[in-house]
Design a protein around this ligand. Structure first.
Ligand code: ZN
Length: 315
């Protein structure tokens, strides 16, 4: 079997307000809301998916907006930074755009690349890097034309409480290759062209705590159901305790916590987000899995409506 993931499938985080989240990820960052559904384990909470035009694996960030939830603390046992990749000629566009929209960004460098680092309204740490790799997004929204749009994830910075063990997992179990070490980070590369460069702190980091503005888990790609089943036994035979395979409607998932405290998921590429909506209308309606459909009226009453809207500054 392949015991090499091609990279990140999706990243899931906690936020507070769905409108604030939509205004940032669609309004500011220009991503497409590709699915509006509910947390299958807590149906009174939205599960919102943002990505490229069809929500390709490697482009998808997902949110559970819990109103009034406590703010978390970014730290060990979490994804520290979620890295977005833009076209090589788009770095200055994003620098100017973030400045214009009053998003404070700091320019830093790592492994010979320039990054713009900033936080979302809940404090989730994000960064933008420009690279050749990865197909251009076909989605244009508000002030973000498709040729400058975010292509997907460049990767992530993992904050581990046991970095040596996290590094070993990435190489021996997930199939990434170590490609460098610099400035307190080790860099690992997966075989895909999106979500493929993963940096891990070299010195152990103190445990953070979950809550708004923190990542809940990072999901890695499995090509199909057959490979997914093999991944489960592969993970288990390496001493981890994966959950049974869970149906997440748009992919199947297994979860396990790695030694550095980070919750890992392995998710299948198929069936994807067009399984219950036309590609032209993704994200427009509240989609419920069949087993919740009979409770739609009650569920809708518990959810605060929000809009995908162009920012005033972009009109
Ligand atoms: Zn997930």
């Amino acid at each position: 079997m392949t015991t090499q993931t091609t990279g990140i499938h999706h990243i899931t985080a906690f936020v507070r307000n769905p409108q604030v989240t939509a205004d940032f990820y669609a309004g500011v960052l220009g991503l497409r809301l590709i699915k509006k559904t509910i947390n299958f384990d807590a149906p009174e909470v939205y599960h919102l998916y943002f990505g490229n035009e069809i929500g390709s694996p490697g482009t998808i960030i997902t949110f559970f907006p819990w109103e009034n939830s406590r703010k978390g603390k970014v730290g060990g046992g979490q994804v520290g930074y979620t890295t977005y990749v833009v076209p090589t000629d788009a770095f200055d566009f994003w620098k100017e755009r973030l400045a214009k929209l009053n998003v404070d960004a700091v320019q830093t460098s790592r492994f010979g690349e320039q990054y713009l680092q900033f936080v979302d309204p809940d404090g989730l740490k994000l960064e933008i890097v420009a690279r050749e790799q990865g197909a251009l997004s076909k989605w244009a929204f508000g002030g973000v034309p498709a040729d400058k749009a975010i292509k997907g994830f460049g990767g992530a910075i993992l904050y581990s409480t046991a970095p040596a063990q996290t590094a070993e997992l990435l190489v021996k179990v997930m199939g990434l290759s170590k490609v460098g070490e610099e400035g307190g980070y080790a860099r690992f590369q997966a075989t895909g062209d999106l979500g493929n460069l993963i940096d891990v702190n070299v010195e152990s980091m103190e445990l953070g705590h979950g809550g708004a503005g923190t990542v809940h888990h990072i999901a890695w790609r499995a090509k199909d159901d057959a490979e997914h089943a093999l991944w489960r036994s592969h993970v288990e035979s390496n001493g981890f305790q994966p959950t049974p395979i869970v149906d997440r409607q748009y992919f199947n998932a297994i979860y396990f916590r790695e030694a550095g405290g980070i919750l890992f998921e392995i998710a299948t590429d198929p069936p994807g987000f067009a399984r219950d909506e036309e590609p032209a209308h993704l994200g427009e309606k509240l989609m419920l899995p069949a087993w919740y459909e009979e409770h739609r009226t009650q569920i809708e009453q518990l959810l605060t409506p929000f809009d995908i809207r162009v920012l005033e500054e972009d009109k």
